[in-house]
Design a protein around this ligand. Structure first.
Ligand code: CTP
Length: 390
C-alpha cells in the first residue's frame, strides 16, 4: 500500500557494500515497488551490471551514451517517486554537494527536485574526514535524508563507523521520503509486545504477542513525521528506525513509563498485549522441583488503558486495541466506552501473533470501518490513514 506501484530509483556507487543494493531491491519489490538502478562507472568494478538488470528486469544506466535519447537523466528523475543513493561513497557525496554531474547517477540527482535519500558507506577515516563531514552537513541542511552508517568491522579490517546502514533503515527512509507529514510536531506514544510477569528469575507468564503491529505503527508514525516513543515489552523484532524505544518487561513497568510519557503526548496508541494477571509471589531463587505440584497464585495487573482514559485531556487522542475470540463488535464497543477511547481497533484471535491482519475500526461516534486482510505494516498505514484522514 505504501510502496505499492511506487517508482524507486536506486543509485549504486563504488563501495564494497554495493552488493547490499541487491537486498534493498528485493525488499522494495516484495512490497510492490517498481525499481530501477543507476550505477556509477566505479560501482561496476564491484558488482556486475547484469545482476541489477536481472533483478529489476530493466536497463541499468551509468553513462550518457547508455541512454537512447541523451535525455534519460531527465526522464528518470521525473519517473522516480524516491531516489535513494545506497551505498553512497565519499566521492559521490562530494559531487552531490557541489552539483557535479559527471556521470548518469549524479546527473539524475541534479535533475531530481525532491529530497534524496543518501546512505553513506566508506572507511571510518574517510567518513570522519572534515571534507566528508562538511559535505554531509550541507546535504542535510538542504533537506536531503541521510541514513547514518553503523559501526562495525569494515571491509578494510578497521573497526568504526562506516558500514552501510541496515536495509530496514534505508527502506524506512525511503517510505519517509514518500509519505506526507500529517504528524509533524506531534508526539506519538505507542506500546507493543506482550508483557512478562516473572515468578522466579527465569520463569514468567506472558502471551504470544509478536509486537509486529505496534512496531509497524511506530515505523509508519515516524514516516508520517511524528516524534515517536515506543514502549516495548520484549519482542524478537529489530528496533524501528527513527523511533525512541523504551524497553520494559512487566505490566507494572509499562504502566509507570506510559503514565509519565503520556503527559506531553498528542496521540496514544495502546497496542501492547498486557498480561491481565501477575504472580502474587516472586521467588528470588529458582523454584526447585518438588513432589507436590507448585501453585502460582495470581493477582490483577493495572489496566493501563483504563487509567489513560481517566487521565486523558480533550486535546489527546487515545486509540486502543482489542483481541476477541467472539462477539467482536459488541465486546470492542464495550471496551471503547469503558476505557473512554476515541477509537478502538478490534480483531479476532485468528490474527494474533500472525504476519497478516484484518479487523475493524470502531470510532467513538459508533462508526465502524472494515480493515481488509493486509500485512501488519500495510494495515498499520490503513488504520492511521482511516483515523487521521490525511
Ligand atoms: N490493556 C491495558 N492494560 C491491561 C489490559 C489491557 O492497557 N491490563 C489494553 C490493551 O493494550 C488494549 C486494550 O486494553 O489496547 C484491550 O485489551 P484486551 O486484552 O483486548 O482486553 P482487556 O481489557 O484485557 O479485557 P479482556 O481480557 O477481558 O478481554
Amino acid at each position: 500500500m505504501v510502496l505499492k506501484e511506487k517508482n524507486i530509483l536506486i543509485g549504486v556507487t563504488g563501495s564494497i557494500s554495493a552488493y547490499k543494493a541487491c537486498e534493498l531491491i528485493r525488499t522494495l519489490q516484495k512490497k510492490g515497488a517498481k525499481v530501477r538502478v543507476t550505477m556509477t562507472p566505479s560501482a561496476r568494478e564491484f558488482v556486475g551490471e547484469l545482476t541489477f538488470k536481472a533483478l529489476t528486469e530493466t536497463e541499468v544506466l551509468s553513462n550518457w551514451k547508455d541512454g537512447k535519447t541523451g535525455l534519460e537523466h531527465i526522464f528518470w528523475a521525473r519517473w522516480a517517486d524516491s531516489f535513494v543513493i545506497a551505498p553512497a561513497s565519499a566521492n559521490t557525496i562530494a559531487k552531490l554537494r557541489y552539483g557535479i554531474a559527471d556521470n548518469f547517477l549524479t546527473s539524475v540527482a541534479l535533475a531530481y527536485d525532491k529530497p534524496l535519500v543518501i546512505a553513506p558507506a566508506m572507511n571510518t577515516k574517510m567518513y570522519e574526514n572534515k571534507a566528508t563531514v562538511e559535505n554531509i552537513k550541507v546535504l542535510k541542511e538542504r533537506g536531503n535524508i541521510l541514513v547514518d552508517p553503523c559501526e562495525g568491522i569494515l571491509a578494510c579490517g578497521e573497526e568504526g563507523t562506516g558500514k552501510l546502514a541496515d536495509i530496514d533503515h534505508i527502506e524506512t527512509a525511503i517510505i519517509y521520503s514518500i509519505l506526507p507529514k500529517p504528524f509533524k510536531g506531534k508526539k506519538i506514544l505507542i506500546t507493543a509486545g506482550g508483557t512478562r510477569e516473572f515468578f522466579d528469575p527465569i520463569r514468567y507468564i506472558s502471551n504470544a504477542s509478536s509486537g509486529q503491529m505496534g512496531y509497524a505503527l511506530a515505523k509508519m508514525c515516524y514516516s508520517l513525521g511524528g516524534e515517536v516513543v515506543l514502549i516495548s515489552a520484549p519482542t524478537s523484532l529489530k528496533k524501528p528506525y527513527g523511533v525512541k524505544v523504551i524497553d520494559v518487561v512487566s505490566a507494572e513497568e509499562m504502566f509507570n513509563v506510559v503514565i509519565k510519557e503520556m503527559e506531553d503526548a498528542d496521540i496514544i496508541i495502546m497496542n501492547a498485549a498486557v498480561a491481565d494477571f501477575r504472580p502474587k509471589e516472586y521467588s528470588s531463587q529458582k523454584l526447585k522441583k518438588s513432589k507436590e505440584h507448585p501453585v502460582v497464585e495470581l493477582e490483577p495487573n493495572p489496566d493501563i488503558l483504563l487509567e489513560i482514559g481517566k487521565r486523558k485531556r480533550s486535546d489527546q487522542i487515545v486509540i486502543g486495541f482489542a483481541a476477541e475470540s467472539e462477539n467482536l463488535i459488541e465486546n470492542a464497543k464495550n471496551k471503547l466506552k469503558r476505557k473512554n477511547l476515541d477509537v478502538i481497533v478490534a480483531n479476532l484471535l485468528e490474527v494474533f501473533s500472525k504476519d497478516r491482519h484484518k479487523g475493524i475500526i470502531i470510532f467513538s461516534s459508533e462508526e465502524i470501518l472494515e480493515i481488509p486482510e493486509l500485512s501488519k505494516e500495510e494495515s498499520a498505514y490503513f488504520i492511521l490513514k482511516s483515523i487521521f484522514k490525511f
